[in-house]
Design a protein around this ligand. Structure first.
Ligand code: DON
Length: 584
């Protein structure tokens, strides 16, 4: 059952989220998936559950996760099922041809897994420069084999399952095999994105799979089967991720990447065989009474979110409420965070990232002191954090559609926050014979190699992982207990989406559905960005009066969040996309 937002908002107003020991409400029954929303905004209601919950970007994927949880599976088991079904039903965003970050909470320890794609051993810094030495046009770089990084997602979910899984590997893969064999219906969102797509039709396998004989996207409701992907999953079910990194599937990936007629890549079988998922220390920092944890480098996500929150902590955000004053502080904090992100963050195997200095509360207080409450600073300069080691520069990136976020809590209180991507919508626009799309993650590297006479931290290098903005987040309360699981797709805007949602939940005490649906706002150290078509448009004049250069842009977040209360789990799925939060 789905409970309407206002009721939950009033319960929260009564102190539910503050931790008052209430009994489980009678309406906290298992919830049914809501109907798929078309592309664009569709109002959604807050979901509640008593035992466990999945919030994910597509109802079929969330349902697969819920099925696994109901069978006694852990959050990690459910994440495997959700990811593999997403590969089928939301193929534009994530899959085994891409990479991911997972943050896992087991009740006492926070672990992060880095399944980010890596550059092939043959990659050189000039990879994305044209013959004239200038950066290539974005889609000239994206489409084809050049942009494809060695995928990490399948090894990541295998490791998560080995560490924290309770059900057999074959069982957690089964829902995706079933859907690949029996088919699933094309959603309005997938159909809409296929209609806008310019490059995918040029790939013969993708064209045959997604388009009809006349080259039109297969209609909404068409049952799509993917026997090649079912066969791939059966091989992985039998032999584990090794079936992907060696043998027929690996050969198929290499042939697809290197065989592109116009823009071939240089990935080898060795690159695939030598790929490893890195377990890294979680990056955690305080925000008021809470502890916020997430993914460290090569992601800039948690560092930047923590930097924004560190500045906001100097203000009474609860008293400010959503409006121009809050946007002023959040966007000024964003400017400062993005200035540091550009200079300092890249793959830690190549660049010594001063994570501790960048998230040091004293340093963040000194950054907050740069904010004038009455006037925008315009462009922020990077700071000089303590423990500083790097002096390198990076480039900025834009708005994309190729990522997905899932939040999962199981009945034992374990949690997964996982953001997963093939980078741009439909990735490199290359479909393998094995039935999945390949990522274009290498275009997350800086195209330029030198700036201001200094080497760029995030330049392409052999075997390096491109910098990410993905910010899968887990919040603990002051008793070190699980409080919230949050994340979003959206390229570099992810940082602002997550920061806004955390302020909504932690300061404004909004339920996660309402917090996700708040207008997206912030700054990436350029203009102050408000979300076109939302109430934030009304805040423009007040911000301009403070000197902000305001731009109204589409900010198509896909925030999926769960909050833990004494009365049960409350979930929200971004109204801008087709996802749901459902549980048992
Ligand atoms: O890792 C990153 O930051 C990007 N490749 C994420 C791309 C993304 O979020 C696309 N989204 N909608």
């Amino acid at each position: 059952m789905i409970v309407r937002g206002p009721l939950w908002r009033s319960l929260i107003g009564l102190g539910l989220l503050a931790g008052a020991p209430l009994s489980i409400p009678a309406f906290a029954q298992p919830v049914a998936p809501s109907p798929e929303a078309p592309t664009g905004r569709t109002a959604k209601s807050t979901s509640v559950a008593t035992k466990d919950m999945v919030a994910a970007a597509n109802p079929l994927a969330a349902q697969a996760g819920r099925e696994i949880l109901a069978a006694g599976g852990s959050a990690a088991d459910a994440a495997v099922a959700v990811q593999l079904v997403l590969n089928l039903v939301e193929p534009q965003s994530s899959g085994i041809g891409g990479g991911a970050f997972m943050v896992f909470w087991d009740g006492t320890a926070m672990t992060t897994l880095d399944g980010r794609e890596k550059a092939p051993a043959a990659a050189k810094p000039e990879r994305f420069l044209g013959p004239d030495g200038k950066p290539m046009k974005f889609y000239d770089a994206v489409v084809g084999g050049r942009s494809v990084g060695v995928p990490g997602t399948i090894r990541l979910i295998e490791i998560a399952h080995k560490k924290w899984g309770k059900l057999p590997w074959k069982q957690v893969i089964e829902p995706a095999i079933r859907l690949a064999e029996n088919g699933f219906t094309i959603s309005p969102r997938l159909n809409g994105l296929l209609s806008q797509e310019k490059y995918l039709q040029n790939d013969p396998l993708a064209r045959a799979y997604f388009y009809d004989a006349e080259g039109k996207p297969k209609a909404v409701g068409t049952v799509l089967k993917n026997p090649a992907f079912a066969q791939t999953l059966r091989a992985i079910a039998d032999k584990g991720a090794d079936a992907f990194y060696t043998g027929d599937i690996a050969q198929d990936i290499v042939a697809t990447v290197t065989g592109h007629a116009i823009n071939p890549g240089d990935m080898t079988l060795d690159d695939l065989k030598s790929y490893v998922v890195e377990e890294r220390p979680a990056v955690c920092g305080p925000y008021r009474v809470y502890k916020i944890c997430g993914m460290g480098p090569p992601s800039s996500g948690q560092i930047a979110v923590q930097q924004i929150l560190g500045v906001l902590e100097t203000q009474d955000m609860a008293a400010m409420k959503p409006g121009p004053d809050a946007v002023h502080w959040i966007s000024e904090a964003g400017r400062l965070a993005f200035a540091d992100r550009g200079l300092y963050v890249a793959d830690p195997a190549f660049v010594s990232v001063p994570v501790k200095g960048l998230t040091d509360p004293g340093y963040l207080k000194s950054r907050a002191a740069l904010v004038d409450p009455n006037k925008s600073m315009g462009k922020a300069k990077p700071g000089e954090p303590p423990f500083q080691k790097t002096f390198l520069w990076g480039a900025s990136d834009g708005i994309e559609y190729g990522t997905s976020h899932m939040s999962i809590v199981d009945r034992n209180g374990n949690a997964v926050s996982m953001t997963t991507t093939i980078e741009d919508g439909f990735g490199a626009r290359l479909m393998t014979k094995s039935g999945f799309l390949l990522n274009n993650e290498l275009t997350d590297f800086s195209f330029t190699t030198v700036e201001d006479g200094k080497p760029v931290a995030n330049r392409v290098e052999a075997n390096k992982r491109p910098r990410s903005s993905m910010a899968p987040t887990i919040v603990l309360d002051n008793g070190n207990k699980l409080y919230a699981v949050v994340g979003s797709p959206g390229g570099s805007l992810i940082i602002n989406y997550v920061a806004k949602t955390l302020v909504g939940i932690l300061d404004w005490k909004l339920d996660p559905q309402v917090a996700a649906d708040l207008p997206n706002i912030g700054s990436r150290n350029g203009p102050t960005e408000l979300e076109a078509g939302t109430e934030s448009e009304a805040w423009k004049a007040a911000l301009e009066a403070k000197g902000h250069d305001v731009k109204l842009i589409d900010q198509n977040s896909g925030i999926h969040a769960i909050v833990v209360t004494p009365a049960g789990l409350i979930g929200g799925a971004d109204s801008r996309r087709e996802g749901v939060a459902i549980g048992n």
